[in-house]
Write a protein of this length. Structure first.
Length: 184
């Protein structure tokens, strides 16, 4: 997979990305927004195994590049006619600069339009979640992407520090996406 728009590239992760992905996943300051304040404790082999699955799966692990520099990662999986993505700008110098909105819109458009992903049936809905504390993400999802908040799930899971986390669920349908973003 490869999507390019202006200064942003989203591409399938490859073996040479394993070390940077491992570093991001093991950095608690990067993973805190995903609920892993101590990082994941991931090995290079685990990352390489995940990348290898990329080649055989309809879901993907991808690298986000801005101006040729790897700055984050995203992933998605498809189940029936629903896509479940996740994304993270891992390099702090690239956060809070508007890239997130652009990256999310690129990914959503790709999911709704890619012929291979939609070959066994059109993907009609994309769903994801964030933690209640991540107000910045909620602002982007609701005010810039146009996603609908479908639920707030209190005590959805316990993080590494045994703190209960509340999840905020979002979705956007194909119809709503194109109604809001017909200019893409």
């Amino acid at each position: 997979m490869r999507i390019e728009k202006d200064d942003i590239v989203i591409r399938s992760a490859k073996a040479s990305d394993a070390e940077i992905i491992k570093a991001w996943w093991n950095d608690g300051s990067v993973m805190e927004h995903a609920g892993f304040p101590l990082g994941l404790g991931t090995t290079t082999k685990e990352v390489l195994d995940r990348i290898a699955v990329n080649k055989e799966s309809i879901g993907k692990l991808c690298i986000i590049e801005i101006d040729g520099k790897a700055v984050g990662e995203l992933n998605y999986k498809i189940k029936e006619d629903i896509a479940y993505p996740g994304w993270k700008i891992c390099e702090k110098d690239y956060q809070n600069k508007g890239y997130g909105t652009r990256i999310i819109l690129m990914l959503l458009e790709f999911i709704f339009t890619d012929e291979e992903l939609n070959s066994s049936g059109a993907i009609n809905c994309i769903r994801w979640d964030t933690m209640l504390e991540n107000a910045r993400a909620q602002h982007v999802y609701e005010n810039k992407i146009g996603a609908v908040k479908t639920a707030v799930v209190k005590n959805a899971w316990k993080d590494q520090l045994s703190v209960w986390r509340t999840a905020v669920n979002y979705e956007i349908t194909r119809e709503a996406f194109y109604k809001l973003h017909s200019d893409l």
